[in-house]
Design a protein around this ligand. Structure first.
Ligand SMILES: [Zn+2]
Length: 241
């Protein structure tokens, strides 16, 4: 899943034609890329980006985790208060499994990169002028705080939320209609469902860690022909290669 999502990310970036010639140099990032950020520091980084780029970035929460941590989203688009209609909505979600932490950092770096490049890099400028981007670095902040840095086995805690639930296995499943996940145990999942249903995301990436896997929409179907006949399959294959 992780590499497929990265490929999706790069495809999104590289698929945008160059905009008007812009000669300004990129501002150097203050990020050092050498450690993970805990909840408070991640929150402050996101908040500082929103404050530094008030016309292109907006920070909000879609809900709270079991232990009361906010599920922060940084929305990034040009002139976001101008109510420009019909920009396609794209979202990235990271750290759904709390001990799979790379995506959490990568998405923060992506937000920093996009904002630093606006009105400086033609490609990034065009991207923010045409796309409504939403970045949720951590869907499982409680799990992250419970994880052990350096654990590559996945056995030392942090994968699940604070009630021991695997968020990635707690969504309703259209192919198993008899399964009814108890959403009261997973407020993170409830927040995500409400957020999805109140928006119109055209493209999404959910970044995990630990395996080189790209999962396509509906690929948990028991009927392979369902997947094959999915209209978006060819596009997903293209984005993931
Ligand atoms: Zn995962």
């Amino acid at each position: 899943m992780a590499w497929g999502s990265f490929a999706l990310l790069f495809a999104l970036l590289s698929g945008v034609a160059a905009g008007p010639h812009i000669k300004k140099e990129m501002v150097e990032s203050s990020e050092r890329h050498n450690r993970y950020y805990h909840y408070e520091e991640l929150r402050e980084r996101l908040r500082s980006l929103a404050e530094a780029y008030p016309r292109q970035a907006q920070l909000f929460s879609i809900g709270q985790s079991v232990q009361g941590r906010e599920l922060w989203v940084l929305r990034i688009t040009a002139e976001l208060h101008a109510q420009i209609p019909d920009r396609p909505q794209v979202k990235y979600v990271g750290n759904m499994h709390g001990d799979e932490a790379v995506s959490r950092q990568v998405l923060l770096y992506l937000a920093d990169y996009l904002l630093r490049g606006y009105l400086r890099d033609p490609r990034l400028t065009r991207l923010l002028n045409t796309t409504d981007i939403y970045i949720l670095p951590s869907l499982n902040p409680d799990g992250f705080e419970n994880a052990s840095e350096g654990d590559c086995t996945g056995n030392r805690g942090g994968r699940e939320n604070a009630r021991g639930r695997d968020l990635n296995r707690s969504f309703p499943d259209q192919f198993s209609p008899d399964s009814h996940p108890d959403l009261s145990e997973v407020p993170e999942v409830s927040a995500m469902i409400n957020w999805i249903q109140s928006n119109r995301f055209l493209l999404s990436g959910n970044l995990h860690g630990g395996s080189v896997v790209a999962s396509y929409p509906y690929d948990d179907s028991h009927r392979i022909q369902f997947l094959v006949s999915t209209a978006s399959l060819q596009m997903m294959k293209c984005l993931n290669t």
